[in-house]
Design a protein around this ligand. Sequence first.
Ligand SMILES: Nc1ncnc2c1ncn2[C@@H]1O[C@H](COP(=O)(O)OP(=O)(O)O)[C@@H](O)[C@H]1O
Ligand SMILES: [Mg+2]
Length: 270
Amino acid sequence: MANVNNINVVIEKANDRMKEVKNTIVVMSGKGGVGKSTVAVNLAIALSLEGKKVGLLDVDLHGPDVARMLGGRGQYPTQVGDEVVPPEVNGVKVISMSQFLKEETSPVVWRGPLKTGTILQFIGDIDWGELDYLIIDSPPGTGDEPLTVFQNLKNITGSIVVTTPSVVSQDDVEKAINFLGMMKQKILGLVENMSYFVCPDSNKKHFIFGQGGAKKLAEKYDLNVLAEIPINQKVRENMDDGKPTAYFGDPEIVAPYINLARNIIDQYDK
Ligand SMILES: Nc1ncnc2c1ncn2[C@@H]1O[C@H](COP(=O)(O)OP(=O)(O)O)[C@@H](O)[C@H]1O
Ligand SMILES: [Mg+2]
């Protein structure tokens, strides 16, 4: 594990590894439970379905959900020579703290410096190979994990901020937007998750968490709304079962994620 004496070496190694990655996108939000991990996993798969080489790094060390959601429960990194190779699950290479825990329910009781070192080693010490996209999923808020990423890694393409239409979510999301400004990071745009619910019986749209929230935020901060993703029970079931929607879902449920991936490719992958 990294210690403070060799942290500069660890930072350099992580940035060396980043040279093999064309685009790095951080998925974040001021809030938990808005669907960051769901968006990160399905975006990663959608990019891979569009023919891109994709890695997914989970820097939510305390709540590492990404490998399970991707369908990689029970799949671990392997040692090949001096390198640690990530498992490839449903087309996406994935590294998450969950792969290193003794038991799925073991808590990670760590403070800042240990978290910083681990996140950087998750990049520098892993043989990601050449990637078109590295998607980084974050914990809620603006703490050690996103700070580590933004303060130490060069060449981050930008961040996607996930929000829901509810007012309480938006206050916290504004904190994330302002944080990204302080970190001098480019915001690729907002993703409004749980935008609406289409009743399967009547086909009527219901705006359970309110309407137009992301658009208002986008206007206030001069940002794009990259996607508006409906609530769908199948999405929740898919993610819980490790059968991620973008890979296993019906075309109409997959569509918003594919559109999001295409939107990003069109704008940032020329
Ligand atoms: N569009 C959606 N429709 C239905 N359920 C969703 C949707 N997006 C996320 N969820 C569910 O909401 C819960 C929280 O999502 P998650 O991605 O873990 O949020 P976060 O990473 O922001 O904490 C999960 O159970 C997930 O399956
Ligand atoms: Mg999450």
